[in-house]
Design a protein around this ligand. Structure first.
Ligand code: NDP
Ligand code: HSE
Length: 436
């Protein structure tokens, strides 16, 4: 039986998980592919560390460049992370004629366009299903399953760590740092967890989804990025009382005035399916002009769910190795010649509804001052809530949920109202999406 040899760079959470899935499911994979798929070599930093896979028949090396030079490696699987060493390794592996599979969203979001061109030049495959939303086949769905559509909207919970933190805080009242530590122990978090909590990881993933959805170059530096680290439990609770859940979303929306590309905490009506995606689970809503709304759901992080996507890519490469693999399905699903720039909206041009929380002195007339400013800017209000003062406190929370307006209008209101002497703290501004 024909044998395909795999070299894995990095045998941590996802690397060991991928080796384990290839080992445990070897018989089933052979039935699907008609050939053996074997991990022949792997690189790690610490040869003495315990690994969550059987390393007895793998050549364990400390030099990742040695793996990509080997003649007995057909497919290189990059699972080190980061976008510097990983890029060097992937470029060199392709130059050596190796097909490449990666789960590294930072690498694809920052250097995808260059890597696609390099893969094409060397006629090798470059696959990254595991880079977005862990075990969910969202790359395949966008590139292939939805290829007949004009994509209108992609909106997803695409960071498992962040969703795990928000869920545990909301359901169990747990402390942010405590839940983040657990996410690290479970292998969900990035090597630098600020990427998870500051929205960078989700932004990398949204960059990739937008390239696939709209046929644009990678546009990471044009995204609006907000994380969850400043989110306060009281806003999660107030949102709940008003019938919403707060989720960290990546949103890529096509409008006549340009694309909206943004990553931020978002209020979603609690009856929407996506509002009920909890823990490490991810979900991506894709709206196509033919299919309407589709929702793709599954584990967004963790060893085996991510390995499932890595191994699926390996299977795709093996199946296609006798074909022109670089062109069988173009990297973003669009022909390279058809990747075009499109206008991407500036932050102040974004249109959506807003949740605004003011901490104000509990004195007569404040509410009318606040309301008057909204009326003057022609911003309609959907809901208002005012809390009772806490014992010993002189301020109360006043929450407005607006109807759809522009970010510029809201910012103008906030610059006036935020300066009122009665307003005692920075105004909390969150965006609301109804996904009708
Ligand atoms: P880990 O930190 O668990 O594993 C990284 C591996 O790479 C380790 O084996 C480590 O060696 C090796 N390594 C790290 N730095 C170097 C270096 N400078 N030179 C050589 N080897 C190095 O990371 P993950 O498995 O969690 O993540 C890997 C990739 O997968 C990242 O791009 C991540 O974003 C992505 N990803 C992760 C998911 C997850 O749930 N964890 C889900 C989806 C994607 P050693 O073990 O000896 O330290
Ligand atoms: N740190 C990432 C997350 C891993 O939590 O979603 C999966 O990409």
């Amino acid at each position: 039986m024909k044998r395909i040899n795999i070299g894995i760079l990095g045998l941590g959470t996802v690397g060991a998980g991928s080796a384990k899935v290839l080992q445990d499911n070897q018989a089933e994979i052979q039935r699907r592919l008609g050939c053996e798929v074997v991990v022949t070599a792997a690189s790690v930093r610490d040869l003495n560390a315990d690994r969550d896979c059987d390393c007895s028949s793998i050549d364990m090396l400390t030099d990742p460049f040695a793996v990509i030079e080997r003649d007995d490696v057909d497919i290189v699987v990059e699972l080190i992370g980061g976008d510097s060493l990983a890029k060097e390794l992937v470029m060199q592996a392709m130059s050596n004629g190796k097909h490449v599979v990666t789960a590294n969203k930072a690498l694809v979001a920052m250097h995808g366009d260059e890597l696609f061109a390099h893969a094409q030049a060397h006629q090798v495959a470059f696959c990254f299903e595991a880079a977005v939303a862990g075990g969910i086949s969202i790359i395949k769905a966008l590139r292939e399953g939805l290829a007949g559509n004009q994509i209108e909207l992609i909106a997803g919970i695409i960071n498992g760590t962040g969703n795990f933190i928000l869920t545990e805080m909301r359901d169990k009242g747990r402390d942010f740092d405590d839940v983040l530590k657990e996410a690290q122990t479970l292998g969900y978090a990035e090597a630098d967890p600020t990427f998870d909590v500051e929205g960078i990881d989700a932004a990398h993933k949204l960059t990739i989804l937008a390239a696939l959805g709209f046929g644009i170059p990678m546009a990471f530096d044009k995204l609006i990025i907000e994380g969850i680290s400043d989110l306060e439990l009281k806003d999660v609770d107030f949102a709940g009382e008003l019938g919403y859940r707060i989720k960290h979303l990546g949103i890529a929306k096509a409008t006549d005035a340009g694309l909206e590309l943004r990553v931020h905490p978002t209020l979603i009506p609690s009856k929407r399916l996506i509002a009920n995606v909890d823990g490490v689970m991810n979900a991506v809503l894709v709206k196509g002009n033919a299919v309407g709304n589709t929702l793709h759901y599954g584990a967004g992080a963790g060893a085996l769910p991510t390995a499932s996507a890595v191994v699926a890519d390996i299977c795709d490469v093996v199946r296609a190795m006798s074909l022109d693999v670089s062109q069988r399905v173009p990297y973003t699903g669009f022909q390279a010649s058809q990747v075009v720039e499109r206008a991407i909206k500036l932050p102040e041009q974004i249109e959506c509804a807003f949740y605004l929380r003011f901490e104000v002195a509990d004195v007569p007339g404040v509410m009318s001052k606040l309301s008057a400013e909204f009326a003057q800017r022609e911003i309609s209000i959907e809901a208002i809530k005012q809390t009772e003062p806490e014992p010993g406190q002189e301020s109360v929370s006043v929450i407005f949920i607006t109807q759809i307006t522009t970010e510029a209008s809201v910012n103008e209101v906030l610059s006036t109202l935020g300066a009122l002497p009665e307003v005692s703290a920075p105004v909390v501004k969150l965006r609301v999406e109804h996904f009708h």
